[in-house]
Design a protein around this ligand. Structure first.
Ligand code: GRF
Length: 202
């Protein structure tokens, strides 16, 4: 059997999607292992969860890098040293440059709390309510230079209920995020591992 893809998860905060990915990847037949959790904030809650789960962690503090290229070079160095194949953005609150997105094209995923292409950007739950949407949800997509616009891998839908506020709606979407992201990562990692297996088999 081919080796599993080595995934890094990039976070900035509480890391609930990260935790869902780590949990899913504990299954021996999951096609990716979580080899690294990297945060751009030293106080991100997800770092403690990752350490408890026995996953390697790195901190590259964005506030110490006024120049984005230097920040991304520091991230890339950590990804290289952990021999990362696939990157999962999970609440990572920094916009990545076009060269970085190109370098990881087809190997970097993001989860976004809306049914893209609707509601790119921030505050999606508030905007879903303000627009009067009847349906909302989340999307896992490949990262490309244009924000929240890369090819869609998977989506999950939830109803918007009459008495929702942004918190109740966000909580309903988050339950789906935690199921969707592991499924999407499994699909992408299986394809990557399969693609890699062909030359090895020759
Ligand atoms: C999630 O809603 C995700 O869709 C968005 O940021 C939030 C991160 O939450 N990109 P968590 O850190 O995974 O709990």
């Amino acid at each position: 059997m081919s080796a599993r893809a080595r995934a890094a998860i990039l976070i900035s905060g509480r890391g609930s999607n990260m935790a869902a990915l780590i949990e899913a990847a504990r299954a021996p037949d999951f096609p990716a292992e979580v080899a690294l959790v990297l945060s751009n904030k030293a106080d991100a809650g997800g770092l403690a969860l990752a350490r408890q789960a026995g996953v390697a962690t790195e901190i590259v503090e964005s506030r110490l890098y006024p120049v984005r290229e230097a920040f991304e070079a520091a991230i890339q160095a950590r990804l290289d040293s952990h021999r990362i194949d696939l990157v999962c953005l999970a609440g990572f609150m920094r916009i990545l440059s076009a060269p970085f997105a190109e370098r990881w094209r087809g190997r970097m995923l993001n989860i976004h709390p809306s049914l893209l292409p609707a509601l790119r950007g921030l505050h999606t739950h508030e905007r879903a309510l303000a627009t009067g949407l009847k349906e909302h949800g989340c999307t896992v997509h490949f990262v490309t230079p244009e924000l929240d616009a890369g090819p869609i891998v998977a989506q999950a839908r939830v109803p918007v209920l009459p008495d929702d506020d942004a918190n109740t709606l966000a909580a309903r979407v988050l339950v789906e995020e935690h199921k969707l992201y592991p499924k999407a990562l499994a699909e992408v990692a299986a394809a990557l591992v399969g693609a890699r297996a062909v030359p090895e088999a020759r």
